[in-house]
Design a protein around this ligand. Structure first.
Ligand code: AMP
Length: 258
């Protein structure tokens, strides 16, 4: 299974990615983690990224695309992966399309964790205060001011990916404000049915417009959770030519919590 987790910083992508790793044996490909490791090791990429990350801005596309391309080449990524924090711009998404199609890899779906920005800022403010009280070390970018820059970067550069993947029929929107187990259950319900190896994949399945590809992917965008939980501004609607998918055939009751 090859998935993307999409959502603003603090939405819980890392937590949910780890749960997917534990449950489905996927590899978590977090560009944030890879960049932090590069900063720590003092590599040329790390030196280039350090300041940018501390300000909450995005590292140049070419840098992250190269990192992801090299990481996807590793043998452990072959069994399946969850991309956490990548892509973050439309050019990164286009590069990912190229990287995957050159290798005959089909993406199974994109899970958007939708959250309320004000609640996120309040959440991080109280976490920072608690950590400071306990005398714990904070990440350079772990403060409300940097979070605001990161949210702005998300709104301006990453949010366009929502329609990018919606048009590909890959997007599934989950209410990220629910509890961690509820979000996990909603993601579970949104995943294609059946073990990954039983589902079609490969170059043919990846081709745009291929029915095979669409049948192996997630259902089109559909909000899980109450409408009132969702931030304003984004109108959810089902694309007119919604492909019939595994989700469409799912029986009632199968989508509940496990
Ligand atoms: P994260 O841990 O995913 O929130 O990422 C931490 C920081 O790393 C971000 O605020 C960016 O500065 C940088 N970063 C991570 N992933 C990317 C990406 N795909 N594109 C550009 N910058 C990224």
């Amino acid at each position: 299974m090859k998935l993307i987790l999409l959502g603003p910083p603090g939405a819980g992508k890392g937590t949910q990615a780890q749960r997917l790793v534990a449950k489905y044996g996927l590899v978590q490909l977090s560009t944030g983690d890879m960049l932090r490791a590069a900063v720590k090791a003092g590599t040329p990429v790390g030196r280039q990224a350090r300041e940018i990350m501390a300000k909450g801005n995005l590292v140049p596309d070419a840098v992250v695309v190269k990192i992801v391309e090299q990481r996807i080449e590793q043998p452990d990524a072959r069994k399946g992966f969850v991309l956490d924090g990548f892509p973050r711009t439309v050019p990164q998404a286009a590069a990912l399309d190229r990287i995957l199609s050159e290798r005959g890899i089909a993406l199974d779906g994109v899970i958007e964790l939708r959250v309320d920005e004000d609640a996120l800022i309040k959440r991080i403010e109280s976490r920072v205060a608690e950590m400071a009280n306990r005398g714990e070390k904070l990440r350079d970018d772990d403060n409300p001011q940097v979070l605001r820059s990161r949210l702005q970067a998300y709104r301006e550069q990453t949010a366009p990916l929502i329609s990018y993947y919606r048009h590909q029929g890959m997007l599934r929107t989950i209410n990220g404000m629910a509890s961690i187990p509820d979000v996990t259950a909603a993601i579970d319900a949104a995943l294609p049915q059946g073990p990954a190896e039983a589902r079609p994949s490969g170059a043919a399945a990846h081709m745009k417009g291929s029915n095979t590809a669409k049948s192996s992917r997630l259902s089109p965008a559909k909000a899980i959770g109450k409408k009132s939980d969702m931030p304003r501004g984004e109108v959810k609607r089902r694309p007119p030519a919604a492909p019939k998918t595994a989700m469409g055939k799912r029986k009632q009751g199968q989508t509940g919590q496990r």
